[in-house]
Design a protein around this ligand. Structure first.
Ligand SMILES: [Zn+2]
Length: 165
């Protein structure tokens, strides 16, 4: 696996061990990881600490020129909030572990000239799918969707509109 995506997956696993949602991200500048993070919605009671936001936060203040050379790695397709942060700072490239589980604002990013690479990594897929099966309520909360009835087939959850790219 790409070493930067490997680092993002390690972050996702750290989040899982903490009882959180297993999504990780790293910000890479000139070949070096300058910020790493994972979804800490549960751990911090935070509605905004998605993995990408946490990685940006932990990178601290970078100059506009630095953001414009940076690459954001994330284990899961970035949502509208995280895509918005990438656009705000004009991060030119985003590498995505998978977008089978959830399709974020990829079209929007592409239209705005951001280069996307989707690795379709089986480990990233497995992390999310196992998590959604075991803690569906946390997943729905994270993407701002009401949880469907408990009688809904878990397999059907993964074919809903938000899961299609
Ligand atoms: Zn997000």
């Amino acid at each position: 696996m790409d070493p930067y995506m490997r680092a993002a997956v390690e972050e996702a696993r750290k989040g899982l061990r903490e009882g959180g949602i297993p999504i990780g991200a790293v910000l890479v500048l000139d070949g070096r990881i300058v910020g790493r993070g994972h979804n800490r919605r549960v751990q911090k009671g935070s509605p905004i600490l998605h993995a990408e936001m946490d990685a940006l936060e932990n990178a601290g203040r970078l100059s506009p020129q630095e953001y414009q050379r940076a690459v954001l790695y994330t284990t899961l397709s970035p949502c509208e909030m995280c895509s918005g942060a990438a656009l705000l700072y004009k991060i030119p490239r985003v590498v995505i572990g998978e977008h089978r589980t959830f399709c974020g604002a990829e079209d929007h990013l592409r239209r705005r000239g951001v280069e996307l690479e989707v690795l379709d990594d089986p480990e990233c897929v497995q992390l999310m799918q196992e998590f959604i099966r075991s803690r569906p309520e946390l997943w729905y909360e994270d993407i701002g969707e009401p949880e469907p009835g408990s009688q809904e087939d878990p397999a059907a959850l993964l074919s809903r509109a938000w899961s299609r790219c």
